[in-house]
Design a protein around this ligand. Structure first.
Ligand SMILES: NC(=O)c1ccc[n+]([C@@H]2O[C@H](COP(=O)([O-])OP(=O)(O)OC[C@H]3O[C@@H](n4cnc5c(N)ncnc54)[C@H](OP(=O)(O)O)[C@@H]3O)[C@@H](O)[C@H]2O)c1
Length: 326
């Protein structure tokens, strides 16, 4: 099999031929059809960021594959499956390879009518975007409540979050550092207002600012999230899934005690099977494939190595599918 392998701590990945039986281990065997490229994969391939926790390791936190053999009764030869997170690409071998052996705990059947390419284009980013959208829905945020802010808007999670929120009728403000280049793109996805990210990211403002957002989906963390919390209206909910700006959060208790703001997380890695199923069912019905196609770039397995710097420096727009057989 062909695979990208990170051999040791702090070293970048390299593309190589390996003997499957000596590298892979797990009860469900797959031909990998596609993987996808997430921010985390960039860190793993570059050998930075503490993502990889076992060496040698195949990166790639997403797998869309076809079962070739299964030691568990739930799966059989020919089944098309999706796997996001659950430790792959971090401590278990992941999707940047032509073959995989995985545990069944987090495997989801490819939704009916969804192509393997589209499932990979959605990937962890889209899955996480949907988990966050469901959190807002479950918190009772309605489309008529006011503007919903999405930060890191031109990135993978942000792009899909905008499309999903707009499809449900929410009014979306997209915060991006690339409005000049990507403003039209963000508007096509469904944003009805655009905000230069520097207004949020450059310095933590007052603990309470003018209430602008009924809710927010933050992929950026740090000063940006602090300002988002300070600008969230009474009773609003803020979902935090990422740290593209930083892991710090220079905030105060004021948004919580004076505005009853709720800050909640979204985590794709540990998500239980029931949530995975709910999110993928919703993705199959809510996400327009023309929007998904318009935000997707496809690369081959060898391209995953130089691509790390692209995603880590914020140059990638939307989603990237890895066609592991090319
Ligand atoms: N919790 C989970 O399970 C989970 C799942 C998936 C992703 N994540 C995390 O969510 C974040 C986004 O993931 P992704 O796959 O969407 O990554 P991505 O495609 O690289 O997008 C990140 C976006 O963040 C913005 N950004 C980058 N650097 C920034 C900075 N210094 N200050 C402010 N904004 C900045 C950029 O958007 P603009 O160019 O539009 O400004 C960039 O496109 C990452 O931190 C990732 O690790 C978490």
């Amino acid at each position: 099999m062909r695979a990208v392998i990170v051999e040791a701590k702090g070293t970048p990945g390299r593309l190589t031929e390996v003997d499957e039986a000596t590298v892979l281990d797990g009860p469900v065997e797959l031909d990998v059809l596609y993987s996808s490229y997430n921010f985390k994969d960039g860190l793993a391939v570059a050998g930075t960021g503490g993502i990889v926790r076992n060496w040698p390791l195949i990166p790639g936190i997403d797998i869309v594959g076809r079962v070739t053999r299964s030691a568990v009764p739930e799966w059989s030869d020919g089944d098309l499956v999706v796997l996001n997170g659950d430790g792959i690409g971090e401590r278990l071998n992941g999707g940047f390879a032509t073959r995989a052996r995985v545990r069944p705990d987090a495997l989801v059947r490819l939704p009916e009518g969804m192509s393997p390419e589209h499932a990979a284009a959605i990937g962890t980013a889209g899955f996480t975007a949907m988990i966050g959208v469901l959190k807002l829905v479950d918190a009772g945020v309605g489309p008529d409540d006011g503007q919903v802010l999405v930060t890191g808007a031109a990135g993978g999670v942000g792009s899909i979050a905008i499309a999903l929120l707009a499809a449900r009728g929410y009014h979306v403000t997209a915060s991006s550092g690339r409005i000049a280049a990507e403003g039209d793109y963000l508007t096509r996805l469904g944003a009805d207002d655009l905000l230069d990210r520097h207004e949020l990211s450059d310095e933590a403002g007052k603990p309470l600012q003018k209430g602008r957002w009924a809710a927010a989906y933050d992929t950026v963390g740090s000063t940006t999230l602090a300002n988002v919390l300070a600008q969230t209206r009474y009773g609003g909910t803020v979902v935090c899934c990422g740290m593209a700006q930083g892991i710090d959060l220079p905030t105060t208790v004021m948004p919580f005690i004076l505005r009853d703001v709720t800050l909640t997380g979204a985590n794709s890695v540990e998500a239980p099977l029931s949530l995975r199923q709910r999110a993928w069912d919703a993705l199959a019905t809510d996400l327009a494939t023309d929007l998904l196609d318009g935000m997707t770039t496809t690369i081959g397995l060898a391209d995953t190595l130089p691509y790390a710097q692209q995603i880590l420096t914020g140059k990638v727009r939307g989603r990237t599918v890895v066609d592991v057989n090319h």
